[in-house]
Ligand binder design. Structure first.
Ligand SMILES: Nc1nc2c(c(=O)[nH]1)N[C@H]1C(S)=C(S)[C@@H](COP(=O)(O)O)O[C@H]1N2
Ligand SMILES: [Mo]
Length: 318
């Protein structure tokens, strides 16, 4: 199993569906009660919480390897960070309807023997898709448990054969202001950029994701192709990827470029290193309201990833 179950799983996490649904109603009402409080990160701005009919049955009783219940499809698709569609959590859900994730081309370049413009279908056709439940831990101290569908990034990397000069992988999101209203304003410098060190990119936990709940990614979650690195804060999970470059120098990722005192390149989930404006010791499990869960070092994956950072001062390399 990928993550060990910690000894302190609380029975309150094992919530029957009807209680869960009622709690969701309560939260929605609470959200109205708190209208005007602009930054209550715990409140899910859920519009409607009907789950799609097409969700395959195997997800009904699925839980994470930590025995955590999955967040609902509507939690996962209505509370998003995707600034290309706006900065509010429900903006990506509301504003991504015009986005066209097909046809899609990914440019692979830099220090690689097989560079080129790959049609998404060609990139995906040799890959074996897997469902993997990973918790997404946002640097804003909330988290969700999500059944992703994807394949190891390592498989793609082996196929395109990086040269010995490739030390990092750099990913970019598409720039399409006609379809992405957030990109019509200089909220961030577009395109959104993220990067991984080569060993992080090759780690078997690192996924290229094409879906969730067994269905294609909705636009707001980064259709048609995104990254998920489960031991890192959510912002490493760059969405709607159009280029993958193998480079010698550490890429300047978007959030570090914006505020390097707050966000670094590594972004490893670390309860001991506070964000300058808040603690990372605990997290809000959405759709909850309170920091009910202790944050785990490397989001629970230390036994599989800590060796990559041996000897590094993680308070300096945050
Ligand atoms: N292109 C792009 N990718 C992005 C972001 C973004 O604003 N733009 N936000 C990041 C952040 S901060 C988080 S927490 C995750 C959220 O992923 P989700 O909406 O699928 O939960 O996406 C990441 N990927
Ligand atoms: Mo985030």
């Amino acid at each position: 199993m990928i993550i060990r179950r910690p000894p302190d799983i609380r029975s309150s996490e094992i919530t029957p569906k009807n209680v869960y649904v009622n709690r969701r109603k309560f939260i929605k009402n609470a959200a109205f009660g708190m209208a005007g409080v602009a930054t209550v990160p715990a409140v899910l701005n859920t519009l409607e919480s009907e789950e799609p009919q097409e969700i395959p049955a195997r997800f009904r009783s699925m839980r994470s390897e930590l025995n955590e219940p999955l967040n609902s499809y509507s939690d996962i698709t209505t509370y998003n960070n995707f600034y290309e569609f706006g900065t509010q959590k429900d903006d990506p859900h509301r504003n991504s309807g015009d986005f066209r994730p097909a046809p899609w081309t990914v440019r692979i370049g830099g220090e690689v023997n097989k560079p080129g413009d790959y049609q998404l279908e060609d990139l995906l056709s040799p890959q074996r898709m897997e469902d993997r439940v990973y918790r997404l831990r946002c640097v804003e101290a909330w988290s969700m448990v999500i059944p992703w569908r994807g394949f190891p990034l390592a498989d793609l990397i082996r196929r395109v054969e990086p040269t010995g000069n490739a030390k990092f992988v750099e990913f970019k999101t598409i720039v399409r202001p006609e379809e992405m209203p957030g990109q019509r304003a200089p909220i961030l410098q577009w395109p959104y950029v993220e990067g991984l060190r080569m060993d992080e990119a090759m780690n078997p936990l690192t996924l290229m994701v094409t879906g969730l709940y067994g269905m294609d990614l909705p636009n707001q979650n980064g259709a048609p192709l995104r990254l998920i690195v489960p031991w890192k804060y959510g912002f490493k999970g760059v969405k709607s990827i159009v280029s993958i470059d193998f480079v010698e120098n550490m890429p300047l990722n978007t959030w570090k470029q914006m505020q390097s005192n707050e966000y670094g390149f590594y972004a490893n989930v670390n309860p001991e290193v506070s964000h300058p404006r808040w603690s990372q010791a605990r997290e809000i499990r959405l759709p909850g309201l309170f920091k009910s869960h202790p944050t785990e070092m490397f989001n629970g994956y230390g036994d599989q990833v800590a060796h990559m950072y041996a000897g590094m001062d993680l308070s300096r390399w945050y």
